[in-house]
Design a protein. Structure first.
Length: 305
């Protein structure tokens, strides 16, 4: 699976991932008003607005990028209707040739982890049949429960040729409260990194493993250390743009071959029309604003690689 992602990164020359994290506040009024007129100010109406918003953005950027990363919580907040739109969005992106990274940050143990894995990257047994549910290519997972929590995901990855991105050093300001704590002379995130390498050793797909790591762009000095600790681990990098990470901050996440990382941007792309740089497009042309924001992001990142 990681080889498929790399192939698409190389084909598009774009080591970027668009985060499809729709908030109603991001959606232009003309989209929400139409949805509410048809379905009312209901969960169904909100879900329809999200679907139309996602579709417009995907239609404008799919040829520029290798992947998307929908954040499941942004859909779950609208209940079953939101999950229906999540599923519809995933399938539409896959039809467009995009690899989908489900940002769910799941983590539990035993049969619960196995159920999460089957739901998102595997198949569930129904009588004599094994049926895929959400069926994305990658899933983000939380390693806090240790190997007991990760092993069921690894089993499904190997069985289905899917991938994981394990939280290692996240981009949020308070991440250091736990992740930077020294244990036996090294910060916790380094210990997690070493486990990711261990977990990924049985999931190699060429040079890189199907077990990747989430490493935030906002801590470049730590990214440099983690790159050395995990030379064959692909990084999913949040924190670029709206969270303050710059192209220069990203450089330590990449290997000398120009590979090794894929950089996510969510509101910086999907709500680009709200930014001063793209206001000329206006709310009516929010998809075109997102396309230009992707072009600018790709150019900015490639400038430092």
């Amino acid at each position: 699976m990681i080889r498929q992602l790399i192939d698409r990164i190389q084909k598009t020359n774009a080591p970027v991932c668009v985060g499809l994290d729709p908030m109603l506040s991001y959606i232009p009024d003309h989209v929400t008003e139409k949805a509410y007129h048809e379905l009312g100010e209901t969960l169904e109406g909100a879900a329809e607005a999200i679907w139309q918003f996602n579709k417009e953005i995907v239609d404008h950027v799919y040829d520029l990028i290798p992947s998307v990363k929908p954040q499941l919580a942004m859909y779950e907040q609208f209940g079953v209707e939101g999950l229906k739109v999540y599923d519809r969005t995933v399938k539409y992106c896959q039809e467009k040739g995009l690899i989908v990274i489900a940002d769910a940050k799941r983590g539990d143990i035993g049969s619960t982890s196995a159920a999460y894995a089957m739901a998102h990257i595997g198949k569930v047994q129904v009588g004599s049949k094994r049926i895929p549910a959400f069926h994305t290519e990658f899933l983000t997972v939380n390693p806090y429960l240790g190997t007991d929590g990760i092993a069921p995901f690894l089993d499904v990855c190997k069985e289905e040729d899917k991938g994981l991105f394990v939280l290692v050093k996240t981009s949020n300001p308070s991440s250091g409260e736990f992740q930077d704590r020294l244990i036996d002379g090294a910060p916790l995130y380094e210990h997690v990194a070493k486990k990711v390498v261990e977990w990924g050793a049985d999931c190699m797909d060429g040079t890189y493993s199907n077990v990747g790591a989430v490493v935030g762009a906002t801590y470049p000095e730590m990214s440099a250390v983690l790159r050395k600790l995990m030379p064959n681990t692909y990084f999913l990098v949040p924190g670029y743009g709206a969270q303050g990470g710059t192209a220069e901050d990203l450089k330590p996440c990449f290997n000398e071959d120009g590979l090794g990382a894929i950089v996510n941007s969510s509101r910086g792309i999907i709500a680009a029309y709200k930014q001063e740089a793209y206001k000329k497009f206006g709310p009516q042309h929010f998809g075109e604003a997102s396309r230009q924001a992707v072009i600018d992001m790709v150019s900015d990142i490639n400038r430092v690689l």
